[in-house]
Ligand binder design. Structure first.
Ligand SMILES: Nc1ncnc2c1ncn2[C@@H]1O[C@H](COP(=O)(O)OP(=O)(O)OP(=O)(O)O)[C@@H](O)[C@H]1O
Length: 269
């Protein structure tokens, strides 16, 4: 991965001090080889909000989520420019190591990615990796808390040491992956298509989880479903062809979009 970061290209986030963004992107651009996938994306994410990024298949939503925590850099031929800031700190800051960035910007991908191990081991492993829970009692408390936050503690408290997570229903796997991310107390949560397809998290359940979670941390949720965005979002950003066409409160974007592209997208859904 080649990172283009000319010093002259540096922009501070422009949001006012009154509402400091938790995360900001500025001029985020990504190419795979000669193909531009993301083009000059700038937006802010504020505390206690759910920001939905919507758009048609292949518009760049998933790739964008992977830029936020720098996992895209592991992909062949990716060339990124522009900036991602978390609490105004540039994620390209060389003194900020990748595991810490990925802990702070917790990305739960579209395909659930549990380790082939029990619930306890899935969560205990990441806690130990980040040295967040020195004793078994600390681990147990964090596991309980994170499973409660996604609403599956009562259902699974007797299963912590039994079945491997990857043998559980897909929806349960997704919720455990979210819980595993939450156990690390991230600064923000990024969910890529949590309700898509067979075994996706039901919309009502997702709304209730997000309503609780957003009190503690902001959430970015990517979805190609405007219905889900309308259900859970405080603000919606519409992406098409790798460009952020418009971003506004959910109500305004859905009822009074300003760009022709977003008007068309809303009308067609
Ligand atoms: N590692 C990669 N190398 C090359 N091209 C890629 C890579 N990852 C994604 N792309 C391309 O980037 C574009 C955007 O893909 P992305 O997965 O972000 O779309 P999306 O909006 O999330 O779509 P969907 O809603 O179907 O998940 C697509 O054209 C895809 O083929």
């Amino acid at each position: 991965m080649l990172y283009v970061n000319p010093i002259l290209d540096y922009h501070e986030p422009v949001a006012s001090d009154v509402a400091k963004p938790v995360l900001s992107t500025r001029g985020l651009t990504l190419r795979f080889g000669s193909k531009t996938i993301l083009d000059d994306i700038s937006f802010d994410l504020f505390d206690k909000e759910v920001l939905c990024l919507v758009g048609p298949p292949n518009c760049g939503k998933s790739v964008l989520t992977r830029c936020l925590n720098r996992t895209v850099e592991e992909e062949r031929a990716s060339v990124q420019s522009g900036h991602v800031f978390v609490d105004r700190r540039d994620t390209q800051d060389p003194s900020w190591d990748l595991p810490q960035i990925r802990r702070q910007v917790a990305l739960v991908p579209q395909v659930a990615n549990p380790f082939p191990a029990t619930i306890w081991d899935n969560i205990a492993y990441v806690l130990k990796l980040h040295r967040l829970a020195p004793t078994s009692k600390d681990i147990a408390l964090r596991i309980e808390d994170s499973l409660r936050r996604v609403g599956i503690w009562d259902e699974l408290k007797g299963e912590l040491h039994k079945k491997p997570v990857h043998q559980m229903p897909i929806m349960t796997q997704r919720l455990i992956c979210i819980a595993r991310a939450l156990a690390l107390e991230p600064r923000l949560l990024v969910l890529d298509e949590p309700s898509t397809g067979l075994g996706g998290i039901e919309e009502g359940r997702l709304k209730s989880i997000l309503s609780d979670l957003q009190q503690d941390m902001p959430v970015i949720l990517c979805t190609s479903s405007l219905r889900i965005a309308a259900l859970v979002a405080d603000r919606i950003g519409h992406i098409e062809g790798g460009r952020l066409m418009e971003i506004d409160t959910a109500e305004l974007l859905l009822t009074n979009a300003q760009t022709v592209a977003t008007q068309r997208y809303v009308e067609s859904h």
